[in-house]
Design a protein around this ligand. Structure first.
Ligand SMILES: [Zn+2]
Length: 388
């Protein structure tokens, strides 16, 4: 509902100013006077906006410091006990959900092993709704929105265009259907590697503006961040690293091609080569210096290096961030990967290779982060949808 029946121009300005104030508070807690200085707005305007955000539980007022004279200025911050953002992930062999509070701390999170390869969308969605409802009910905080991470390509119109490892999802408007089931206005849907890149950028203070985030799951995806923004390509297909060819006549791949990187460095192939049933067993075998497991990881690292070198020779980015299972195997995987990059990247040796500290939770966390970013861009949408 438009606030107070104000004319459209005034509403737009107020909307913009609410975002200015929220973003300034997100940078660091501040008093109303400090916020006026930071945003260039008058103190009266800032006070009115802060009051609106306090009323919705988006901001919280801290205790006043004790000054020697005058009325103490109470700092406001994003409310850690206020509404939360829901991140959801549907992947090949699991589903996951997490709730982040407004400052970005995880309040609750859960992952369920679930082989989705031959499962129909309705069945997957039913289980996702169960998981999300459970998590939200347990926490009991209001939701500001949700976003969904998928191992596939999603169009600008939010249709799943291609999901080689989950073919039943192709052509499905998953976000729309999930939003209906969860009673939300909309759910943003994006590729898991894109959300993983966003989560890493927000969690690592020295992340920088230019890097490739590699999600190491059954599929292998890349989130390309150039100049601080995700590079998606014209149709959203950028970053399909798992389908870069490392051997022209290699094994056939779910995408219809042959010799794709995924067939050499994807989780399924890696587990098979290591003789291990699941990622936990692989990690245990590697920790126990099992020679077969270590050789399999080294081989996957080398294949990943070959594929990544091709990518880096095209996009010229200085940092590679390894996520998912690759982050957990970083120590054993990175040397073979580095050797291939040093040999093949024309820009010369020196590409930085780092693990993502978020490991397997990066995509689901990134999805929730995207919801928080949207809220900071337009807090009015949250306030108005709450009916005030
Ligand atoms: Zn392929």
């Amino acid at each position: 509902m438009p606030a107070g029946g104000r004319p459209a121009g005034q509403q737009t300005v107020r909307r913009h100013n609410l975002s200015l104030v929220s973003r300034a508070v997100a940078d660091a807690p501040a008093s109303r006077t400090e916020l006026a200085q930071r945003t260039g707005l008058t103190k009266a305007t800032v006070s009115s906006l802060v009051d609106a955000l306090l009323a919705q539980g988006i901001l919280a007022e801290g205790a006043a410091p004790s000054p020697r004279v005058g009325r103490p200025a109470r700092p406001v911050s994003l409310n850690p006990d206020g509404p939360v953002a829901l991140g959801i992930e549907i992947n090949v062999d699991y589903i996951a959900a997490c709730l982040l509070n407004l400052p970005g701390t995880e309040r609750a999170g859960r992952r369920l092993a679930l082989d989705n390869r031959n499962r129909q969308p309705d069945d997957i969605l039913r289980r996702v709704v169960e998981l999300c409802t459970q998590l939200c009910d347990e926490l009991g905080a209001p939701l500001i929105g949700a976003a969904l991470a998928l191992p596939g390509v999603v169009s600008a119109g939010q249709v799943v265009l291609r999901a080689p490892n989950l073919p039943a999802l192709t052509g499905v408007r998953l976000g729309e259907r999930l939003a209906d089931l969860l009673g939300l206005i909309e759910i943003q849907v994006d590729n898991e590697a894109n959300f993983g890149a966003l989560a890493w950028r927000r969690s690592a203070p020295d992340a920088g503006e230019d890097f490739v985030y590699v999600s190491g799951e059954i599929g292998v995806g890349a989130g390309l961040v150039v100049g601080g923004s995700l590079f998606r390509g014209v149709g959203g297909f950028a970053g399909e690293l798992g389908h870069v060819v490392v051997e022209r006549d290699g094994p056939s791949c779910g995408c219809g091609g042959r010799g794709c990187l995924e067939q050499y460095a994807g989780q399924d192939v890696l587990l098979r080569a290591a003789g291990q049933p699941d990622p936990a067993a692989l990690l245990a075998a590697v920790a126990a210096h099992d020679p077969v497991a270590l050789a399999a990881v080294r081989q996957a690292g080398a294949a990943l290096g070959v594929g990544l070198a091709s990518l880096l020779n095209v996009v010229d980015l200085p940092v590679v961030v390894l996520g998912g299972l690759y982050a957990q195997l970083f120590e054993q995987l990175a040397p073979a990967l580095r050797a291939e990059l040093d040999l093949r990247v024309l820009a010369g040796p020196g590409t930085t290779i780092r693990p993502s500290e978020l490991g397997a939770d990066a995509a689901v966390r990134g999805a929730a982060r995207a919801v928080l970013d949207r809220m900071l861009d337009d807090p009015a949408a949250v306030i108005w949808s709450a009916g005030s």
